[in-house]
Design a protein around this ligand. Structure first.
Ligand code: 5GP
Length: 210
C-alpha cells in the first residue's frame, strides 16, 4: 500500500516569495503536488487558467461553496480564494505531499479540520525587503501594494500559530529547508503506524524461535 502524503500549508505575506519557493521545490523534487486554488481575482499578466488558479466569477465560486467542493475558502483584499477538495485527496492518496499555498484565515480553518496538517510560514528577512519585493514585482498598483502591506501587519499577529517559520533570504537555502521540514514530518512515528506494525509482525519470527 502506498503511504499517504503529508498535507502542508505554506502561508506568508504577499511578496514573501512563496510562489518562487514553490516553483523551485516542484522543479527540484518530484514528491510534491501543488494544489491549484479557485479565485475570483482577475488573472495577472502571464497567469494561466488551470495552471496558476482556476479563475471563477463570484456566482461560480459561491456555487462551489454551496456544493461543498472546497476544503476551505476565504476573502482576501476583496476577492474569494478557495481550495478544491478532490485534487488534494487524490494526490495525498497517491503518496504525494500536497502543498496548499493559502492565506492565514484558510490555514486556521484547515488546522481545525485536519489535525495532522503541517503549517509553515514564510517571511522575507525584513519589512523593507517585503516592500521592495512587492514594488519590484510590478504587477500591482500602489493602492493594492499598500493594502497588501497593511494586511501583512494584521497577519504577523498570527505567525506563532504556525508550526514552522521559514525565512526566505537565499532562495536555494529556503527550498532545501522547506524540503527538510516536510521529510522530517513524513518520518514521524505517528505517521508511520502501519510500517511499525509490519516491522513488528516481521520480527515475530525471532521471538517464536527463541
Ligand atoms: P495572490 O492574489 O497574490 O495570488 O494571492 C493572495 C493571497 O491568497 C495569498 O496569500 C495566497 O496564499 C492566498 N490564497 C491563494 N489561494 C488560496 C486558497 O485557496 N485559499 C486561501 N484561503 N487563500 C489562498
Amino acid at each position: 500500500m502506498k503511504k499517504r502524503g503529508v498535507l502542508v500549508i505554506v502561508s506568508g505575506f504577499s511578496g514573501a516569495g512563496k510562489g518562487t519557493v514553490m516553483k523551485g521545490l516542484m522543479e527540484k523534487y518530484d514528491d510534491y503536488a501543488l494544489s491549484i486554488s479557485a479565485t475570483t481575482r482577475a488573472p495577472r499578466e502571464g497567469e494561466i487558467n488551470g495552471v496558476h488558479y482556476f479563475y471563477k466569477t463570484v456566482e461560480e465560486f459561491e456555487k462551489m461553496i454551496e456544493q461543498n467542493e472546497l476544503i476551505e475558502y476565504a476573502q482576501y483584499v476583496g476577492n474569494y480564494y478557495g481550495t478544491p477538495r478532490e485534487y488534494v485527496e487524490t494526490q495525498l492518496d497517491a503518496g504525494k505531499n500536497v502543498i496548499l499555498e493559502i492565506e492565514l484565515q484558510g490555514a486556521m480553518k484547515v488546522k481545525e479540520l485536519i489535525k495532522d496538517v503541517v503549517l509553515i510560514f514564510i517571511t522575507p528577512p525584513s519589512a523593507a525587503e517585503l516592500k521592495a519585493r512587492l514594488v519590484g514585482r510590478g504587477t500591482e498598483d500602489m493602492d493594492t501594494i499598500n493594502a497588501r502591506l497593511s494586511r501583512a501587519v494584521e497577519e504577523s499577529v498570527f505567525m506563532d500559530k504556525y508550526d514552522y517559520l521559514l525565512i526566505n533570504d537565499k532562495l536555494d537555502v529556503c527550498i532545501d529547508e522547506l524540503h527538510g521540514i516536510i521529510q522530517s514530518e513524513r518520518s514521524k512515528a505517528d505517521r508511520n503506524v502501519e510500517t511499525i506494525n509490519i516491522i513488528r509482525e516481521d520480527l515475530k519470527v525471532f521471538s517464536e524461535r527463541g
